[in-house]
Design a protein around this ligand. Structure first.
Ligand code: AMP
Length: 441
């Protein structure tokens, strides 16, 4: 079983309707895309993707959306969640055909990052290729005028990052008053990135009688609060890949001194002849520095993070996917949502400060039923972070000291400021939120 249905939440949301879910369909097994009542055009597009059967999140979410319910889903990237909302969204728009009017939008999908927005819009185009819908994408960092020109004639589906969408709203370049379906993808990441006020402002522009869907990696109190504010009696669905991460992915911890991590990474890549490696660092600065050091060691590498222009990020990802560069160094937020299938190796150059991000990071490998390998280089300062990750995973991870890279026992642990990187410079003039937005993306 590629994915594990972890738990269906029926508690903790007192104001919401307790839902029945569609879990039994999944347990019945052998459900096919034909069972949902999707249109011929959509089924044809799915067939071209050669999907054999709906994933668990699709089996649970598609019927809920088709019935017009609001929905709160906890599912991570790699579970097939994008098709889980895109397919029924297309079906609902098709069942209720409407003329496009100037500046109008029928379905709005908000995502935290440009990369995720691009991937979601690509999915909309893929699954909707035999339908007459017009979709477009808007995000910051690129010229706004061409986006305004497209929106002037109205679109059926708009995929947007919150900041740029608000700019467009304030310039009256888009009219959200006719939105029928709102989808918040990776809502928890949007909160982490400080988009909460933007989202609230956007929601005030939407009609009350819309359908709203919200996707997040985990149900946190903040998410519940946000959901309380704008979902109506939502159906709750939780799908976890956590157990899959533990069982399908070979995870190894290499204890090593901080100052020797780079050397060890180069050694592992060359001695094991890894061809395609995604390496996580905690900061943009760290990502740049490591990329340069790997290049100096003769290993082709490129970095992807929020300081790069959109063109540079797109090129970095394309080069990595095509195998032009061997190593992609990424920060958590930049890597979030990247659809890189069947990646053989993921390396945590530094452990993430949020334990859930560990699961997210290693979820990049071993996808589509393939086995993967996740390696973490852990120095003495990170022992606490490692312990938290092991508590989350409910298991201890195997430790393997690489000969010649034994940690020096005389080095004592230093606290990581604010639970964040020891390499990070903190500024007393910035709030934690600002620091997060400035440093991590
Ligand atoms: P997502 O979780 O939406 O990022 O999807 C992860 C990957 O799963 C994407 O590459 C999709 O093309 C793929 N995918 C989505 N649905 C299915 C399915 N039913 N069967 C096989 N692959 C799928």
């Amino acid at each position: 079983m590629a994915y594990l249905v972890h738990r269906l939440l029926v508690t903790g949301f007192p104001r919401h309707q307790r839902s029945i879910f569609y879990f039994y369909n999944y347990l019945k097994g052998c459900m096919s895309f034909n069972d949902f009542g999707l249109s011929e055009e959509i089924l044809r597009a799915i067939k071209e993707q050669e999907y054999l059967e709906p994933t668990p999140v699709q089996q649970m979410a598609i019927p809920v959306v088709l019935k017009g319910h609001d929905m709160l889903v906890s599912a991570q990237t790699g579970t097939g969640k994008t098709a889980g909302f895109t397919l029924p969204m297309l079906q609902r728009l098709r069942e209720n055909p409407k003329e496009r009017s100037q500046y109008s939008v029928r379905a709005l999908i908000l995502t935290p990052t440009r990369e995720l927005a691009a991937q979601v819009e690509e999915s909309v185009r893929t699954y909707g290729k035999y339908l007459p819908f017009k979709s477009t994408i808007v995000f910051g960092g690129v010229n706004i005028n061409s986006q305004m020109r497209i929106l002037r004639h109205g679109v059926d589906i708009l995929v947007a990052t919150p900041g740029r969408l608000l700019d467009l709203v304030s310039q009256r370049a888009v009219d959200l008053s006719k939105v029928e379906i709102l989808i918040l993808d990776e809502a928890d990441r949007m909160l982490d990135m400080g988009f909460i006020n933007d989202i609230r402002k956007i929601i005030t522009r939407l009609p009350k009688n819309r359908q709203s869907l919200m996707f997040c990696a985990t149900f946190s109190d903040e998410i519940k609060q946000l959901a309380d504010g704008f979902l109506k009696s939502p159906q709750l669905i939780e799908v976890s890949r956590r157990n899959m991460a533990v069982t399908k992915i070979k995870q190894t911890i290499h204890p090593v001194d901080n100052r020797r991590k780079r050397e060890l990474l180069s050694f592992l890549i060359t001695s094991k002849n890894w061809k395609q490696v995604l390496v996580f660092t905690r900061t943009k600065h760290g990502a740049n520095r490591l990329t340069q050091q790997l290049e100096d060691d003769g290993i082709s590498a490129t970095a992807i993070h929020g300081n790069k222009t959109q063109a540079a990020r797109t090129k970095a990802l394309a080069d990595f996917k095509r195998g032009v560069v061997r190593v992609l160094v990424a920060t958590d937020i930049a890597a979030r949502g990247l659809d890189i299938d069947q990646l053989p190796h993921v390396v945590n150059f530094e452990l993430p400060s949020v334990p859930e991000d560990y699961v997210h990071r290693i979820g990049r490998t071993g996808r589509a039923g393939c086995e993967g390998e996740a390696v973490s280089l852990v120095c003495v300062d990170e022992r606490d972070l490692l312990r938290k990750i092991e508590i989350l995973l409910k298991s201890s991870l195997p430790k393997e000291v690489v000969p010649s890279y034994e940690p020096d026992p005389s080095i004592k642990a230093q606290a990581i400021p604010n639970g964040r990187s020891f390499q990070r410079r903190s500024s007393s003039r910035t709030t934690p939120h600002h620091r997060h937005r400035k440093n991590i993306r």
